[in-house]
Ligand binder design. Structure first.
Ligand SMILES: CC(C)(COP(=O)(O)OP(=O)(O)OC[C@H]1O[C@@H](n2cnc3c(N)ncnc32)[C@H](O)[C@@H]1OP(=O)(O)O)[C@@H](O)C(=O)NCCC(=O)NCCS
Length: 195
């Protein structure tokens, strides 16, 4: 099958009902809370994401489109904008951080996650932010996310206790030069949904 095209578009207010649906699907709500709430209401989703959409919060949110179809969201930030977390994670480099959700059930666990992550690093993170590396902080129990991040090239750094969420998290990291090297080799290869 021909590999699909992955694109990122700024999240808009009109996308929030879709986000609300995604955040209330079982494979997402197991791992994703909004303001400490699993299964958040649309009002809670609006309260959290509208400031991000309007630029009043340092987290940038992007809709993931696969062949033009919205299937999920990825958010990013600079760790320098979150000094308490940066200190807790004991990071000394200038880093970005990302978090990804594939909300559409037909598109999850089919090998797409790692391709999207890789493309986001190449097309957004290391173009938008002047950082040396990018980290992710999945819960230690979230084996699927950890596997997807590993396949995208992230390497285990450490395990930390995240007081705010009372959870243990793995910190994984990837350096800018690993992504630029990949570009020199001819870019990201997509597996496509059926391959
Ligand atoms: C995390 C997420 C983006 C990954 O995307 P994905 O398309 O599902 O990931 P992939 O299919 O590329 O990779 C998943 C890997 O986990 C493996 N996997 C699937 N089910 C598993 C399970 N129950 N236990 C362990 N590994 C599992 C898959 O086999 C695959 O590895 P493989 O390609 O070596 O076989 C997606 O699952 C998601 O949105 N989850 C809900 C939200 C979330 O957890 N976000 C991350 C927050 S840090």
């Amino acid at each position: 099958m021909k590999a699909g095209k992955i694109a990122f578009k700024r999240l808009k207010e009109t996308d929030l009902p879709l986000m609300h649906r995604w955040l209330n699907t079982p494979h997402v709500s197991e791992w994703w809370e909004v303001s400490g709430k699993k299964l958040p209401s649309l009002e809670t989703v609006r309260e959290k994401y509208l400031p991000r959409i309007k630029g009043n919060d340092p987290v940038d949110c992007f809709l993931i489109a696969y062949d033009g179809m919205p299937i999920g969201m990825v958010q990013s930030c600079k760790m320098d904008d979150f000094p308490a977390e940066k200190a807790n994670f004991n990071l000394d480099q200038s880093c970005a951080a990302i978090d990804i959700v594939i909300g559409e059930e037909d598109y999850v666990h089919r090998g797409l996650g790692s391709s999207i992550i890789r493309e986001f690093l190449k097309e957004v993170i290391f173009k938008k932010y002047a950082v040396d590396c990018c980290i992710v902080d999945p819960y230690v129990e979230n084996e699927i996310a950890i596997r997807a991040y590993n396949k995208a090239g992230f390497k285990y750094l450490k395990t930390v206790w995240y007081e705010k969420e009372s959870r243990r998290e793995h910190i994984l990291s990837i350096n800018r030069d690993e992504i630029e090297l990949d570009k020199e080799k001819g870019g990201v290869k997509y597996k496509g949904l059926d391959t």
